[in-house]
Design a protein. Structure first.
Length: 108
């Protein structure tokens, strides 16, 4: 959660939060730097949502932290595993987008 808050705070402090969230389409002319950082921000937000609202509740059931029957534990373990894998796969394009915004395009 702190990562999302910090990232949005930095984007706001540097004056490009609207351009990034709108993927560079909010300004008069599209900006590839804002588009790339925005893609990274959106992927990071999707990953954050997966962790806190899908993976963690299912992981709690699978580990027995929350009472659940055996079938529910097995289904929850599978769901947590699949969404964890999804987050792993999303981390690669997210990292590329964040690095590309800084190194291939100039975000001002």
């Amino acid at each position: 959660m702190l990562t999302i808050i910090t990232g949005l705070g930095l984007a706001m402090a540097n004056g490009y939060i609207v351009e990034a969230i709108s993927l560079g389409l909010a300004g008069t002319e599209p900006d590839n730097g804002h588009r790339m950082i925005g893609i990274g921000m959106w992927l990071g937000a999707i990953m954050w949502f997966n962790v806190w609202f899908i993976i963690w509740p299912n992981q709690k059931r699978a580990l027995g932290i929350v009472d659940a029957d055996a079938d529910s534990k097995a289904a929850s373990a599978r769901t947590a595993m699949l969404f964890s894998r999804t987050n792993t796969l999303l981390s690669i394009p997210m990292l590329f987008a964040m690095v590309a915004a800084q190194n291939l395009y100039s975000v001002s």
